[in-house]
Design a binder for this molecule. Sequence first.
Ligand code: FES
Length: 100
Amino acid sequence: MTFVDPELSPLTGNVQPGTSLLNAAMQLGALVRTTCGGFARCHECRVTVSAGAEALSVPQPDEEQVLGAGIHQGARLSCQARVVRDGHDVVVLIPPRRAS
Ligand code: FES
C-alpha cells in the first residue's frame, strides 16, 4: 500500500487485512486528518483511492451518502474503508492540508 501526500514523499508498506486506511496511514507515518478518531463523524479523513480499490471493503450506505458522487472518482472515508485482501497495489492520495 502506498500513501501519496502532496507535501511528503510517498510512504509504502504492508498492512494486515482488516486494517482501515486511517490506521494503515498511521502505521506507515502518513498524515490523514481526523477529529472524530475514526468514528465516521467528522468526514475529514476523506482520501482518494487511485489504484487497487478492489482490495478494499465495499462502501456502506452511510459512507456512500457522505461521499456522494465523489465515490465514483475513488473517494473514501479512510476510517471506513478496510483492506480485505492483499493490498500491496493500493494507492491512496491524501488531499492537501488546508492553510490555517
Ligand atoms: S475519521 Fe472522522 S469520519 Fe473518518
